[in-house]
Design a protein around this ligand. Structure first.
Ligand SMILES: [Zn+2]
Length: 360
């Protein structure tokens, strides 16, 4: 119910489909504000198979210690040995020592000199599942697997390749310019179709994604299990923090924020064996207080919002467009808007929008 209410609100805010694929994504870097600008799927259904960008100011390349394009290991079954998420103790801390079994986040040296700008489109998906299996999810958030595959087909055929949010953070921090036609795919909310439907499609295209998981729903019916998450990590996908309960953080008392942000990160670390370094604000809602709470989690290095708010004109037939706004600036960390992809996002238009976004 909560999801439905929030989604309706989002629907009003962003309205039309292919929401603003005409956005430029911006990034705030190290003190620099740039502006500028659920349900259960059945078994895996292999088939065939993201947009903001980041803007930063220039430096020298450094190797990216985290993330990065990864191989495409076969993921065919859910491990049965995974410890269920609820079995782990609640850890209300982002100190890596609080979950010693998990690999802490490492980051490349920060390159702060000069001016460095990246335009890397970031696509935002929610569910990749046949409509008939989507339950009461908002239709605009449900992309059927064949549509997802067609969208990725168009992007792949045009020569694009993916990196994860973590790798984008590395590139931004070290001032590494990724190859042309680099983009990011994100999948929010942790529905189990991210494993059953999305993963095989991603793999058949040689793409990786960042999955923003709601930690409190891990192992719940319809959502990714601990075993799924471990398999996703083994496959080279990134698991990011999307809070514990997917609440509107701006409405939460200060005392609740560490639970929603830090405990969620720790829970993901317990389950996957890796501390998450990317964060997605539920429903894109963020204010200064919330941003500070997220920034206080030392492991989180990059956060994503949704599309910039662009009022939908009455009777408009085109998606709202506009320039995204950098909502905050973290020291050595980054905030990036994304572009929502819907079932109505036409593959050919999507690819051309990627080109526009990448061109800045
Ligand atoms: Zn969400």
């Amino acid at each position: 119910m909560l999801r439905r209410r929030k989604s309706r609100r989002r629907g009003r805010r962003y309205g039309v489909v292919a929401a603003a694929l005409g956005l430029a994504v911006v990034l705030a870097v190290a003190g620099w504000a740039t502006m500028h600008a659920g349900s259960s799927g059945p078994t895996p259904v292999p088939s065939t198979a993201g947009v903001p960008m980041a803007t930063i100011a220039g430096g020298s390349p450094t190797a990216s210690p985290t993330g990065g394009p990864s191989p495409t290991p076969a993921v065919t079954a859910t491990p049965v040995f995974a410890t269920p998420a609820p079995s782990y103790p609640l850890v209300d801390s982002c100190n890596p020592k609080s979950v010693r079994s998990a690999i802490p986040v490492t980051a490349p040296a920060s390159e702060k000199a000069g001016s460095f700008t990246l335009h890397v489109p970031i696509l935002m998906y929610h569910r990749i599942v046949p409509s008939a299996e989507a339950g009461d999810s908002i239709p605009g958030l449900v992309v059927p697997p064949d549509t997802f595959a067609a969208q990725l087909d168009a992007i792949k055929q045009a020569g694009w390749h993916t990196i994860t949010m973590a790798t984008l953070a590395n590139d931004l921090q070290a001032h590494v310019r990724p190859p042309d036609k680099t983009f990011v795919i994100t999948i929010d909310d942790g529905w189990d179709d991210g494993y059953t439907y999305a993963l095989p499609i991603l793999q058949s295209h040689g793409f990786v994604a960042t999955y923003f998981v709601i930690a409190g729903r891990i192992d719940q019916a319809g959502f990714l299990t601990s075993g799924h998450l471990q398999a996703l990590v083994a496959a080279g996908e990134e698991i990011g923090d999307h809070t514990m309960d997917h609440v509107d953080l701006a409405e939460q008392p200060a005392a609740k924020l560490p639970y929603e942000i830090d405990a969620a990160a720790a829970r993901i670390a317990q389950v996957t064996g890796r501390w998450p370094e990317s964060f997605a604000y539920p429903s894109g809602v963020v204010d200064n207080r919330v941003a500070a709470a997220v920034a206080a989690c030392g492991e989180l290095r990059i956060a994503v919002t949704e599309e910039p708010v662009a009022p939908e004109a009455p009777g408009a037939t085109e998606p709202p467009t506009g320039v995204p706004v950098a909502l905050e600036t973290w020291a050595d960390r980054f905030v990036v808007p994304r572009v929502r992809i819907t079932p109505n996002t036409k593959p050919a238009y999507l690819e051309s929008d990627l080109r526009l976004l990448a061109a800045g």
